[in-house]
Every structure is written in structure tokens, then in C-alpha cells.
Design a protein around this ligand. Sequence first.
Ligand SMILES: C[S@@+](CC[C@H](N)C(=O)[O-])C[C@H]1O[C@@H](n2cnc3c(N)ncnc32)[C@H](O)[C@@H]1O
Length: 244
Amino acid sequence: MPTLETMKDQQNSSTGKKEKVEAMFDNIAHRYDFLNHFLSAGIDIQWRKKVRKLLAPMHPKQILDVATGTGDLAIELLNLKPESIIGIDISEGMLDIGKEKITKKKLEKIITLEVGDSENLRFKSNTFDAVTVAFGVRNFENLQAGLKEMMRVLKPGGTVAILEFSKPKKFPFKSIYQFYFKFILPGFGKLVSKDNEAYTYLPDSVQQFAEDAAFLKEMELAGFINNGQHRLTFGIATLYFGTK
Ligand SMILES: C[S@@+](CC[C@H](N)C(=O)[O-])C[C@H]1O[C@@H](n2cnc3c(N)ncnc32)[C@H](O)[C@@H]1O
């Protein structure tokens, strides 16, 4: 496994981040769902529901869930009654857990999970009514390349919905959050996942990631229009949206 220092170097130079991220998620895949729900006290489930509610008025029929991981957002989006949802991810370990869930729930006819890189999507331009990402963009090696690919495969008039961690700005949530993210989450994450770096990488990557206006600027650069955001749960997460 990479050390935190090498991860940081990689984030700075950007070269090789993809391989490190893939290996890290492969390594924690077996504990990912449990830790996700436990460490967020189940709030992550509510955040994914917000994505579904945002998309509901558009009635999307063809949906792409980028960085789908173990498929939780793809499964939540089933409630929109689409014709098809494709989830892509670079981590086969995460996809394997997702595929197990989908088979158990007998959802294979609508949801397909496959290996794919956000920065080089295999789909034709103008294919999807909605493209979503939950807690994925922060991990992209090249954020603009990923956003541009999502823009390319979206149909004109289609919606992009991007859920990502952000940082609370107001007292006392800011202090509580910083204490939790710095001191509680890394230790507990390490104990349960047995991965030395993943739950240190999480707060570090959130710390370094563009949010608010800076992220909206990235979306604009990639070509999305009518962009906006909803800050969720005191700003711990933000749901960004835009149109093609
Ligand atoms: C924190 S997990 C989020 C998984 C899922 N969307 C969820 O809500 O639980 C981040 C995922 O992004 C994936 N990822 C990172 N970079 C990627 C890329 N360039 N293309 C596709 N997936 C990527 C990782 O493999 C990992 O499964």
C-alpha cells in the first residue's frame, strides 16, 4: 500500500494517483459499506436520496453513475424507474461487492456495473439523461478530464449531479467536524478496514479538494450551465448540479 506521503506527492504531481486510489479502494472494499454507514451515522444514505430527489423531476431514463463503487447510488436511483443504470468504477474490488448486492436484489436487468475510468468513458457522446457521481470526483486523477467526459456523454438538456464532501464553515460544527475527521475517523477506519492509509487519505483529500465557488468554476470550465449547489448537513457534504 502507498504511504500517505507518497499519496500526497501523487496528488500534487497527479501522476499515478489513479493506480493508488484503485489499490486503496480494492483493499477496503470488503469493509467499505459498513464503514460508510457507521462513520457517517447513516447520513450518507440521506445524501444519496437527495441526489434522487434532485433528478426526479427530469424522469431520466438512461443514467450513468460514475465512480459507482459498491453501487449504493445506482441502487438508490432505481426509485426513479429508469430503463437502465450503468455504474462504472476503476476498482474491481468495489464493483465485486456491488455486483453481489445487485444479484441478491435481482436488479441485473436494470443496473449494470463495469470497470471504467471517468476520464476515458467508452460511451458515445449524448447518451445519458443524467450522470451522477457520489464521493468520486475528489479521487479523480484529472478532475477536468473527468468532468469533460461526463459532459460529453450527457444528452443536451441532461443533468449532472455530483455529491462530494465539503467542510462546515460555522462554529461549532466546524470544530466538531475537524476533531472527528482528524482524530476519530482515521483511527476507527484503520481498525476496521485494516488499511493504514485510506481513512487518513479521506480527510486529507477533502481538505485539499476544491469546493463551493471553486468547484462550480470547474463545472463551468467543463461546459456545464445553470450550475448550482445545495450544502447538506451543516456543509459536511455538498450536492452540485448542472445541465448540458
Ligand atoms: C468514496 S468511493 C464512492 C463510491 C460510491 N459512489 C458511493 O457513493 O459510495 C470513490 C470511488 O471512486 C472510484 N474512482 C476513483 N477514481 C476513479 C476514476 N478515475 N474513474 C472511475 N472511478 C474512480 C474509486 O475506485 C471508488 O470506488
